[in-house]
Write a new protein. Structure first.
Length: 412
């Protein structure tokens, strides 16, 4: 699909910017090696959010017996920003992304994990929450015989990664049978995987959807207003964004595909940034462009107007290396803000939305939270200290830790 329409530019120079929306908690929480993803949610119904990290470790040759780490770290909240380290949960190798969702009839939320270097067909790990901080594991897989390898090879023409190379997951009851389904991106095989939920076996055999261009991140939303869930996917290798229309019966058809206005789009989030009651997209780029692009929705699968937000001082220099993108109203002013984990510059950049109501071009104030001897890799949001303000959890490489950025509560 050829992109047409208006483009907007906002240059944000974040170097030296101070932060005042959040304050760093002085104590870091130790987790496993190289946490690639982080979520925070009350898993045991005590009113306090637990912290879970997917710890990828160091990725090696997929032919090795253990090509990467294969664990989740579960930190159980005990109050006053203190946590107990729960025994590790075993996933497939290189757990790359994690979401919380209810995948059974029980009330407590469960964990769903994408395993990037999975061997033995443990592509997606499910951890059913049994209560009392106990989790029952099970695994979903796509038959290797139905997949092809589309990515990098070594000097011996051997795959550098495994198939399908799952990088993200999402959960929803797409076909209205009251059982949650799982969709995942198979980056190494250019596919989307749809696992239909079932009553007894939990999930059926996967439906494989073609998604050329390196599908990397996936989100669910109803873009065309037909009350059915659709998909938006970053197509990393093609430098594009793709959308699929859901039919409410578990089938998806390609609906749109357009350039992401940058190289290597990694993360996508869905929100209404300009308050027009239509869903917009935020797409971040990694390794080549220090940019986040906002695509303003027209009410369907069309995004005619976009705004590029440059975080670095020079376009041709990779300064920040964005690894994660979070969108949320972070200061309770009714506007959607942005936060990015910048691995290269060892910062979390928070973009506070200061736009006028109804403005097409969004304006942001940039705050910087610098980390010495650690690399921000992933973000989550929760009220960790129960003061009514949104806080951020930051997964840190090198330090193998989680830092908490505590939001300032509203003053009476």
């Amino acid at each position: 699909m050829r992109r047409t329409g208006l483009t907007l530019l906002a240059l944000l120079v974040a170097f030296g910017a101070r932060g005042d929306t959040f304050k760093k908690h002085k104590k870091w929480l130790q987790v496993g090696p190289n946490p690639s993803a982080i979520v925070a949610l009350d898993l045991n119904e005590d009113g306090l959010p637990e912290i879970v990290t997917a710890d990828i470790g160091t990725m090696g040759d997929p032919r090795q017996e253990k090509p990467a780490n294969d664990e989740l770290c579960l930190l159980v909240a005990t109050g006053d920003l203190t946590y107990e380290d729960h025994p590790r949960l075993r996933t497939g190798f290189a757990p790359y992304a994690i979401v919380t969702a209810n995948i059974d009839a029980l009330k407590a939320p469960d964990l769903v994990v994408a395993s990037f270097l999975a061997t033995g067909n443990n592509d997606v790990a499910l951890f059913r929450n049994m209560g009392d901080n106990l989790f029952e594991p099970s695994y979903l897989s796509a038959p290797d015989a139905l997949l092809t390898y589309e990515r990098t090879r070594d000097a011996d023409d051997e795959p550098v990664f495994t198939v399908p190379g799952v990088t993200s997951v999402a959960v929803r009851d797409f076909n209205h049978d009251r059982y949650n389904d799982v969709v995942a991106t198979g980056w190494a095989s250019d596919v989307l995987l749809y696992f239909p939920g079932q009553a007894n076996t939990k999930f059926g055999e996967p439906v494989i959807l073609d998604a050329k261009g390196g599908p990397r991140d996936i989100k669910i939303a109803d873009f065309d207003g037909d009350q059915e869930a659709d998909l938006v996917v970053t197509l990393y290798s093609a430098h594009e964004v793709g959308l699929w229309r859901g039919d409410g019966k578990g089938a998806f058809e390609p609906a749109a595909r357009f350039g992401s206005r940058g190289r290597l789009p990694t993360k996508v989030q869905v929100a209404d940034f300009n308050g027009d009651k239509k869903l917009d997209l935020a797409v971040s780029h990694c390794y080549s462009d220090d940019s986040v692009v906002l695509f303003f929705g027209d009410g369907g699968f069309s995004f005619a107007v976009s705004q590029e937000i440059l975080l670095g001082e020079a376009r041709e220099v990779l300064e920040h290396e964005i690894r994660d993108l979070l969108v949320r109203d972070l200061n309770a002013d009714g506007k959607i803000d942005l936060a990015v984990a910048c691995y290269g510059s060892s910062q979390v950049l928070v973009l506070i939305n200061e736009s006028e109501p109804g403005a097409m071009r969004q304006t942001f104030r940039t705050e910087s939270y610098k980390y010495e001897d650690a690399r921000p890799r992933a973000l989550c949001a929760a009220d960790f200290n129960q003061d009514g303000a949104i806080d951020l959890g930051v997964a840190l490489w090198r330090a193998n830790a989680v830092s908490l950025l505590l939001g300032e509560p509203e003053k009476p």
